[in-house]
Design a protein around this ligand. Structure first.
Ligand SMILES: Cc1cc2nc3c(=O)[nH]c(=O)nc-3n(C[C@H](O)[C@H](O)[C@H](O)COP(=O)(O)OP(=O)(O)OC[C@H]3O[C@@H](n4cnc5c(N)ncnc54)[C@H](O)[C@@H]3O)c2cc1C
Length: 582
């Protein structure tokens, strides 16, 4: 159950894949110099392992409970959140004008990585607040920023994102919550919000002083579909002119869901305006709510991809510890018939190395993506566009890999993995949500083959694959070069020849191929950096084996997906839906 932060690998990824030194050379990110970076990575790792990890098991067993309309967490959560806020971790990448430290997104990713590895369910609380902060920073009025951002940036107040309704999941255009303009009285200029939202993460709790709900709703006579959606701030408590908290707004948590995992994260059914008095403020322009949400969705999707690393790391550590303790059978073929720890058996080593290779591959992709986002913030448009292409890759493949690694973690534990007390089962259950929320992985893959593939007439993806081929050939990594060439060719086929249905039918395997290509490329860079540094440590030896495993086994598997990526949709149309359902 113990967990130690993966500080060494995180620093490597931040240095090599995000290119933190280059970021720190800019005026904006000048504070991100090596000592500061090391202090942050070590500091948040120690905090997460020391304060949040010990709550992970109780969070799973006891979970969040709804008592008299308020969600309660197990003992220790409130103090651990207060400590997190007081130590300033929430503000790491927040805007300096509102009390943030203005450090790169790369470092905010590291804060979340450590918190989530320690306690994934708990880490959703700050993750959602960061999303709300970004939406308001980019689309809020100056008055709204002044009112909400300082508290959201510090973490004194938390934020939520209210998109989903029973009939509106992947299809947000179907949402029905309403917002009616208030013409006169105390709240003139604001809106009466009414409707029900489901699956709202940390929608109600008593860890923060106030909760800033960002709610998507429709104005009267708004155009149908996604063009008629507006974004509103709906605080749990009204805020007086002097910034103090006023009376409670007309909103409530109706119930919380019982679910497969992340039990300490309250997943709330929220009801707005039961008494017709739920007051909200419009953010940005009317009917432009989805656009505003999309601003923060890129980073939110990267943050969910980060959860693939988190669950992968946690499951791998648990499996490595168990594999050293559990003794079963002598080594096959050995004259010594003394039973050995299972870590000695070839197939267990295969599983363990696969767990490491996938986890570190997703981490390399994560920090590469974060570095591109940071370069975009500094005005590098090419990096910003590359970052956009990388978002579905890290979100979809990153979280799929997280589930696979957590499943292997159960397997390494054998029967004990299926029994709850080892914790391996919890990692598997927790990991399973990440491919679903923040846009399912199917929706991510669709985004790749429709919107992202077409960026600059395909030039953005093509340039990425060209870079990979160049470095792979320079490193004699022929399978990786082959995979990147395949991705480029499939991209061309999808854009120029395939029907939309054919593209969508091959979207998920194509997304995996592209992600594995970028992750393999970034692992190769890590290896080059270690070799250049003359590293002869155990860390370097295992990294070499891990990267070889990725390049020699994971990459060829991804090449094998070409048939599926290019098969088209014809097979799926050879029967009717009724026939399929039997
Ligand atoms: C624990 C948890 C926390 C959540 N937190 C939040 C939150 O804080 N705020 C919030 O607003 N929402 C939240 N959600 C909702 C989440 O984002 C949605 O569940 C998710 O977007 C999928 O929507 P859905 O469940 O309606 O599935 P559906 O949209 O019904 O999808 C079902 C399946 O059909 C596929 N599918 C649907 N449409 C298409 C299509 N056009 N093409 C191809 N495949 C398609 C999907 O990929 C999926 O496999 C949360 C959900 C959970 C379970």
């Amino acid at each position: 159950m113990t967990y130690s932060p993966a500080t060494q690998d995180q620093l490597l990824a931040i240095r090599v894949n995000a290119g933190i030194a280059e970021l720190a050379a800019s005026e904006r990110f000048a504070a991100a110099e090596p000592d500061m970076v090391e202090a942050i990575v070590a500091g948040i790792g120690a905090f997460a392992a020391g304060e949040w990890a010990p709550l992970n098991r109780a969070g799973d067993l006891e979970g969040a409970r709804l008592e008299n309309g308020v969600v309660r967490l197990p003992d220790g959560f409130a103090q651990a959140y207060t400590d997190y806020v007081e130590q300033g971790w929430n503000a790491i990448a927040g805007p300096t004008a509102f009390g943030g430290q203005g450090l790169p997104f790369t470092l905010a990713c590291n804060v979340l990585e450590n918190l989530g590895t320690a306690n994934m369910a708990f880490s959703l609380l700050p993750m959602l607040s960061v999303g709300a902060t970004e939406a308001l920073e980019h689309h809020g009025s100056e008055a709204q920023k002044a009112k909400y951002l300082p508290k959201l940036v510090s973490g004194t107040w938390s934020g939520t994102m209210n998109l989903t309704e029973p009939q509106a999941g992947s299809d947000l255009g179907a949402l029905r919550a309403t917002a009616t303009p208030i013409e006169s009285g105390e709240h003139a200029g604001k809106y009466r919000i009414a409707g029900q939202k489901i699956f709202i993460t940390w929608g109600e709790h008593d860890l923060a002083e106030n909760i800033v709900h960002l709610v998507l709703a429709r104005l009267p006579d708004a155009p149908k579909g996604s063009r008629g959606i507006s974004l509103f701030i709906v605080p749990r408590y009204h805020i007086n002119d002097d910034g103090s908290l006023g009376p409670k707004n007309d909103l409530r948590c109706v119930s919380i869901e019982h679910k497969l995992g992340i039990n300490a994260s309250p997943t709330c059914v929220m009801s707005y305006g039961d008494n017709g008095e739920c007051i909200g403020e419009l953010v940005g322009a009317e009917n432009r709510g989805l656009m505003a949400m999309f601003t923060m969705m890129n980073n939110a999707r990267i943050n969910v991809g980060n959860q693939g690393v988190q669950m992968g790391e946690r499951a791998t550590q648990a499996a490595l510890a168990y594999a050293q303790e559990r003794v079963q059978s002598a080594r096959a073929g050995s004259p010594d018939k003394t039973p050995v720890a299972i870590i000695e058996h070839p197939d267990v080593r295969r599983m363990l190395l696969r767990m490491k290779a996938l986890t570190e591959g997703v981490r390399a992709l994560l920090y590469y993506t974060a570095g591109q986002v940071d370069r975009g913030t500094l005005g590098d448009d090419a990096a910003a566009r590359r970052g956009e292409v990388l978002v579905p890759l890290i979100k979809a493949w990153g979280t799929d890999a997280g589930v696979e690694v957590a499943s292997l973690g159960v397997q390494v534990h054998g029967g004990m993995g299926f029994i709850e007390e080892t914790g391996a089962a919890q990692h598997y259950r927790d990991a399973r949500i990440a491919p679903i929320y923040e846009g399912t992985n199917g929706i991510q893959a669709a985004d790749l083959v429709t919107r992202k593939l077409g960026l600059e007439d395909g030039a953005v993806l093509a340039a990425l694959m060209r870079d990979i081929v160049r470095d792979a050939e320079g490193n004699d990594a022929s399978a990786l070069a082959g995979l990147a060439n395949d991705c480029a060719a499939i991209g061309d086929w999808m854009r120029n020849e395939a029907s939309l249905d054919d593209r969508l039918a091959g979207s998920v395997p194509f997304c995996t191929m592209c992600a594995v290509a970028v992750a393999g490329w970034q692992l190769l860079h890590q290896l080059d950096a270690l070799e250049a540094g003359g590293a002869a440590s155990g860390f370097a030896a295992v990294k070499r084996a891990t990267v070889r495993f990725f390049l020699e086994r994971v990459v060829p598997e991804a090449r094998g997906l070409k048939a599926s990526a290019t098969a088209g949709a014809e097979l799926f149309r050879t029967f009717t839906s009724d026939e399929l359902a039997g």
